[in-house]
Design a protein around this ligand. Structure first.
Ligand SMILES: Cc1cc2nc3c(=O)[nH]c(=O)nc-3n(C[C@H](O)[C@H](O)[C@H](O)COP(=O)(O)O)c2cc1C
Length: 359
C-alpha cells in the first residue's frame, strides 16, 4: 500500500510522532470487533498509528491479525489488549516476537505487564479516563497515555475531554494523546493547544470505507445527532457511551423481557468460544455486577455479555438487539471516507487552521 503524504505544519510534528515513528499525530484506536488488520494497516499506511482491537480476539485470531497487518504495511502499528486476559503474557510474547511497536490496553495494565513490554522495546500507551489512573500508569512506566473524555464512544469516565486533558497534562510528564469527540483538523489543533501531542479517534474511524462494520450499522452513526448517545452504567456496570436504541432504553429502565434474557444467555456460549473466558469468569462477573448495582438476573447476564452484544451490531449487523458503542461525535459525522482521505483531510485542515491562527 502506498499513500499520499502532505507536509505537516511543524506544530504537528510532535515528540509522540517521533517516539511512535509516525508522520502525523493521529491514532486510530483499538476498538473491539472493529479495528481489524485492514483498518489498522490502512491507518498506518496513511501516516497515522493504527491499533488492532484484540480485546475481542482469541490468541490465534490476534496472531493472524498481526501477521495480516505485517503483510500489508511495514509501518508501525499497535495492538489493544485486555490486560486481564488469562493468556495476556502469551499475547505479549507474540507481539514482541513480531515487532509490534505499541501496546495499548482496554483496562489499566499492571506494572509487571508494562515492564515486560518495555523491556522488549515496545511503547506502552494505556487509555485512561481519570487523572489518578494516568498518574498510576505513568508511575509504572507508561510511555504515553491516551486520555479519553466522557464524549468518547465505549467505556469512558464522566469528565469531559476539555476538562480532563489539561488536568492530566498538568499532572504527568509523558505525552498525552487526546481522545473523545475528535473527527477533524480543527479538533487536532485544539488538542495541541491544550498541550496534547495528538488525537486518538474511535467513532470517526469506525465510519470509514475500510472499517468492517456492516453498512446498515454505519448508517445508524451517520443518522445520529449528538444528543442520541447515552453514558450509562446499566449495561455492564461500567460507564459506557452507546447510541440510544429501544433495546438500550429497556436495559436502562431495568425492564426487558424473556427474549432479551435468552439472547444474552445464548451469546454467553459464543463469548466463551471467542475470548477464551471461562464460564466461571462470566458467572463471577455477572454476580459482581448483580451485587454492585443491585441488578436483576437479566441485567446481570447482560453485563457479562457486553462484548457479544457489541458483536451483534459490529459483526452481524443486528441493530435491534445489540449494543452500538459510539461517541457524541457520531452526531457530527456525515460521510464514510477512506482512511487515507480522512487522515489527509485532518492534516490539511489542521495545516490551514494553524496558518490562519498565525496570520
Ligand atoms: C465500537 C467501539 C469499541 C471500542 N472498543 C474498545 C476496546 O476494545 N478497547 C479500548 O481500549 N477502547 C475501546 N473503545 C474506545 C475507543 O478505543 C476510543 O478511545 C474512543 O472511541 C474515543 O472516542 P471517540 O469515539 O469520540 O473518538 C471502543 C469504542 C468504540 C466506539
Amino acid at each position: 500500500m502506498t499513500a499520499v503524504r502532505l507536509v505537516p505544519h511543524k506544530a504537528l510534528r510532535t515528540p509522540f510522532c517521533e517516539m511512535a515513528g509516525i508522520d502525523y499525530p493521529v491514532v486510530q484506536t483499538g476498538m473491539g470487533w472493529v479495528a481489524d488488520a485492514r483498518l489498522t494497516a490502512a491507518t498506518s499506511s496513511a501516516g497515522g498509528l493504527g491499533i488492532v482491537g484484540a480485546s475481542t480476539m482469541n490468541l490465534t485470531e490476534m496472531t493472524a491479525a498481526i501477521d495480516q497487518v505485517l503483510s500489508l504495511t511495514d509501518l508501525p502499528f499497535g495492538v489493544n489488549l485486555r490486560s486481564d486476559a488469562p493468556d495476556v503474557y502469551e499475547r505479549a510474547k507474540v507481539m514482541i516476537d513480531r515487532g509490534v511497536k505499541v501496546a495499548s490496553f482496554a483496562l489499566a495494565p499492571t506494572e509487571k505487564l508494562i515492564k515486560s513490554f518495555k523491556d522488549a522495546g515496545l511503547l506502552c500507551v494505556p487509555s485512561i479516563g481519570a487523572r489518578r489512573h494516568a498518574e498510576k500508569v505513568v508511575g509504572w512506566g507508561a510511555d504515553a497515555v491516551i486520555v479519553q473524555g466522557s464524549e468518547a464512544g465505549g467505556h469512558t469516565g464522566g469528565v469531559a475531554t476539555s476538562i480532563l486533558i489539561p488536568q492530566v497534562i498538568e499532572a504527568i510528564n509523558v505525552p498525552v494523546i487526546a481522545a473523545g469527540g475528535f473527527r477533524d483538523g480543527r479538533g487536532l489543533v485544539a488538542a495541541l493547544a491544550y498541550g496534547a501531542q495528538g488525537v486518538a479517534m474511535g467513532t470517526r474511524f469506525l465510519v470509514t470505507k475500510e472499517s468492517p462494520v456492516p453498512d446498515q450499522v454505519k448508517q445508524v452513526y451517520l443518522e445520529a445527532r449528538p444528543e442520541d448517545t447515552v453514558l450509562t452504567d446499566r449495561i455492564d456496570g461500567h460507564s459506557h457511551r452507546v447510541l440510544r436504541t429501544p433495546f438500550i432504553d429497556r436495559m436502562i429502565a431495568g425492564g426487558g423481557g424473556v427474549r432479551d434474557l435468552l439472547l444474552a444467555m445464548s451469546s454467553a456460549v459464543n463469548l466463551k468460544r471467542t475470548t477464551g473466558m471461562s464460564l466461571i469468569d462470566m458467572v463471577r462477573q455477572a454476580l459482581a455486577a448483580r451485587r454492585q448495582h443491585n441488578y436483576n438476573l437479566r441485567q446481570a447476564v447482560m453485563a457479562a455479555n457486553t462484548p457479544m452484544l457489541l458483536r451483534k451490531t459490529m459483526v452481524d449487523g443486528e441493530v435491534e438487539h445489540g449494543i452500538i458503542s459510539g461517541g457524541q461525535v457520531s452526531g457530527l459525522i456525515t460521510d464514510a471516507p477512506s482512511v487515507e482521505e480522512l487522515i489527509l483531510s485532518v492534516i490539511r485542515e489542521a495545516n490551514m487552521t494553524l496558518e490562519s491562527l498565525q496570520a
